[in-house]
Structures are given as structure tokens and as C-alpha cells.
Write a protein that binds this ligand. Structure first.
Ligand SMILES: [Zn+2]
Length: 413
């Protein structure tokens, strides 16, 4: 038993295991320590007996030999983070976690894992009696990897790739990292450069409710998405721009997030916020299709909230009524005798040519006109799109109330 060996750090142990496996060997963990076994003569390493894995820091001979052999490899040695995933099946179920479809399901509509490469540069500081390592990590352009990303990617603990990475896929490291062209055997053996393949996931989730489905694209570091599915993006409603993770089906068939819908106070059904409106009279939020527009104020109202103007007889918002009359009827303006709208009325009612001193007002839907004769006034309410007469009434000089005229233009006065 060796006395008080320095505690070998996990990094050194990981490095030795990785190096041996990269060189095609294996380590047998026996009661007496690690025994290295190599199948191929080219990498045969011989040591005098098993090695205590806790004593690696006192074996500079071993570590330097491994480094020299790695430097002689034709292709850059490869590594992957121990925490990384290698197959979609390892994390597919995690991808569903943040989402919920009311009465429906979430499924993966496709996902690919691609290798994105980083580089680990290992500096070996060896004396006759001891050895220590330090690692640095760089991206494909040779920029140092920020500590936060190192941690996200698990770069501190690398292992051999479970499946060989095709040689042509392994990038050359930037020159400044200490090993240029692969196979350059003159490289300083106390620096070991490894290509680190990290899995980048990109794919599509499908949210399904009966015959309806919508898709969401996602991308990210695969292991990070497995650790924290909260990194997955929310679904963004294309109609409202609202986003969230909880989806439901609206009354009109859209599958979207809860943030994008509201309940119709009349039917109790879910509708897109863009399909909802508020009745200005009752204050109820209801399906937009249930609301009608006031032809004077353009406000939205439930049909039962409309009030008829006592003068023109048109249904309007009660908010534009005062003294029983709508705003149009209260604010009629005198028009010139050659106003073309008079001609329109005269065309429908030739007798109207005997009237004078015309006053008019228009709403979105009607033309309201008053013509005067010596004995009193005539009121015409004409549909602006069809030119049809919607109301005809008259009153004598001394009358306040309009008397509706039924049927044809009366020939007697
Ligand atoms: Zn009116």
C-alpha cells in the first residue's frame, strides 16, 4: 500500500481513461488497480503492474506517454460530453413536458441531432515526480468558450464518443490552438488537442386536437433541453401574437394558446381574442359575430341593446340618443336646393319636388332628409345602399310628433 498518495483529481482520471480508450485500449479495474489492455500492437503500452487510479498525479511517465501517442494519431482525437445525449429517444419525452393540449396530445414531428464542434486544449504540466493538467475550451473559430456555456455543454467531463465520428466530419482546429493539420506528428506532445462533438437538436413539435394540428419549431443544445425543458420556446399564436405553453381549441376551430383566447359571455365558448368584442352598453365580452355596429357611433353592441330613434326609427346605440332622437336626427344640416340627394328622393317620389328648405343627415346606413312645405314637413329615411325608403313620415306645423305615412305617397293633404 502506497503511503499518502496525492489525490488525483477527477479531471486527470477522466483524461487518462479517455486517452486510453481513444488509443483503442481498455482499462480493467482490478482489485490491485487499473490494468491497461491494448489489442493493437501500434498502441501497445507496457507498465510494470497495475496502476492505482488515485495515484495518477504521480505518474508523469504514463500521462506523457499517452499524450505522445495521441499526438501521433492520424486524425484529431474526439470526445463528447459525458452528459450529452446521442439519440433522440433519450430526450423525446422531455420535450413534451412544458406543453399541454386540452383534450389533445403533443408529439414529436421530427428531430435531428447534429454534431457541433468545440476544441479542448489540454496542457500537461509534468515534472519527474508529478503531473497535473489544465484544460481550455475553444469554439470552431478559436474563441474561448465562456464558463457558462462550458457548464451548459458539460465540457469539463469528456468521454470517448460511443460511436466513431466519421473522419471527414472532424474539423481542423484553428492554428492557434497548438495542433494544426491532423497527423502533424511534430506537435508538442505536452499539449493535447481534442475535437469535442456536442449535439445540437433541431426539430418540430406537433400539437394535435382531433383533426386539427399546429407545429412549433425548436432548436437548442440537446442536453440542455433535456435538463431544462423550460428552455423550449412557447407556442406563438399566429392570429394574436400571444404566446404560451397551454393550448386549447376555440369554438371556431383554431388550436392556440390560452393566452390568445377568451370566453364569450353569451355562449360560454372559447374564442380568439381577435374574435371577441365588448358590448359598449352591457360591457359583456362576447364573440365578435354576435355584435352589431351602431351606424352613427360605430360602437359595437349586442342586438338587444339597440334602441330605436323616435324620429328616424333606426336602431342605434342608446349612447347616441338624447330626448328620444339619435345624433343624426338632432344634428341635421340645411342643404342647397341643387344637392343631388334631393334629386334621388324626387326620383322615387315625384311629389317631393314641391318641397323646399331641405335639411339632411347621414349615418353609415341611411340618408335622413326633411323637406318643408307651407303646411308642414316630410321626413324621408332612405337606405343608402339600396336607395329603398325605410321610413316616410310627416307632421303639421303645430305638431311635434312625426306621423308615419303608410303605403304610397298620399295624394291629398
Ligand atoms: Zn334618428
Amino acid at each position: 500500500m502506497m503511503n499518502a498518495p496525492p489525490i488525483s483529481d477527477a479531471s486527470l482520471r477522466d483524461f487518462v481513461v479517455w486517452a486510453v480508450m481513444t488509443l483503442g485500449g481498455r482499462i480493467e479495474d482490478t482489485e490491485r488497480g487499473w490494468v491497461f489492455a491494448f489489442d493493437e500492437d501500434t498502441h501497445r503500452l507496457s507498465f510494470d503492474g497495475p496502476i492505482d487510479p488515485s495515484d495518477l498525479a504521480r505518474r508523469p511517465d504514463l500521462v506523457r506517454l499517452l499524450a505522445q501517442r495521441l499526438a501521433r494519431c492520424e486524425t484529431l482525437p474526439c470526445a463528447v460530453p459525458r452528459t450529452d445525449i446521442q439519440r433522440v429517444s433519450e430526450f423525446a419525452s422531455h420535450l413534451y413536458q412544458p406543453y399541454h393540449v386540452d383534450g389533445g396530445t403533443v408529439r414529436l414531428a421530427g428531430c435531428t441531432l447534429e454534431n457541433r464542434f468545440f476544441f479542448r486544449v489540454t496542457n500537461i504540466d509534468a515534472s519527474d515526480a508529478s503531473v497535473s493538467l489544465s484544460h481550455e475550451w475553444f469554439d470552431a473559430e478559436g474563441n474561448r468558450v465562456e464558463p457558462e456555456l462550458q457548464s451548459v455543454l458539460g465540457l469539463e467531463a469528456l468521454v470517448c464518443p460511443p460511436r466513431p465520428i466519421p473522419r471527414q466530419a472532424i474539423p481542423r482546429p484553428p492554428k492557434q490552438l497548438g495542433r494544426g493539420d491532423a497527423g502533424d506528428t511534430d506537435t508538442e506532445s505536452d499539449v493535447v488537442v481534442a475535437a469535442v462533438a456536442v449535439k445540437w437538436a433541431s426539430g418540430k413539435l406537433e400539437f394535435v386536437h382531433e383533426s386539427r394540428s399546429v407545429f412549433l419549431e425548436f432548436a437548442g443544445w440537446a442536453q440542455a433541453l433535456r435538463r431544462d425543458p423550460g428552455l423550449l420556446p412557447p407556442y406563438v399564436c399566429p392570429e394574436t401574437g400571444q404566446q404560451g405553453y397551454d393550448l386549447l381549441r376555440t369554438a371556431t376551430g383554431e388550436l392556440t394558446v390560452r393566452e390568445a383566447v377568451g370566453r364569450c359571455a353569451v355562449s360560454g365558448e372559447w374564442h380568439l381574442l381577435t374574435n371577441l368584442g365588448t358590448c359598449v352598453v352591457s360591457g359583456l365580452q362576447v364573440a365578435r359575430e354576435l355584435l352589431e355596429v351602431c351606424p352613427i357611433s360605430q360602437e359595437l353592441l349586442l342586438p338587444q341593446e339597440f334602441t330605436r330613434c323616435q324620429m328616424c326609427g333606426e336602431p342605434v346605440s342608446p349612447l347616441v340618443i338624447a330626448g328620444g332622437r339619435c345624433r343624426a336626427c338632432r344634428q341635421m344640416e340645411s342643404v342647397e336646393g341643387d344637392d343631388p340627394r334631393i334629386a334621388t328622393i324626387v326620383q322615387a317620389f315625384p311629389e317631393a319636388r314641391t318641397l323646399g328648405r331641405w335639411k339632411m343627415a347621414e349615418t353609415d346606413t341611411t340618408l335622413i332628409a326633411i323637406g318643408t312645405r307651407w303646411w308642414g314637413e316630410w321626413l324621408f329615411v332612405v337606405d343608402r345602399s339600396s336607395q329603398a325608403l325605410r321610413r316616410l313620415a310627416r307632421r303639421k306645423r303645430w305638431q311635434r310628433r312625426w306621423q308615419p305615412v303608410q303605403g304610397d305617397w298620399p295624394t291629398t293633404e
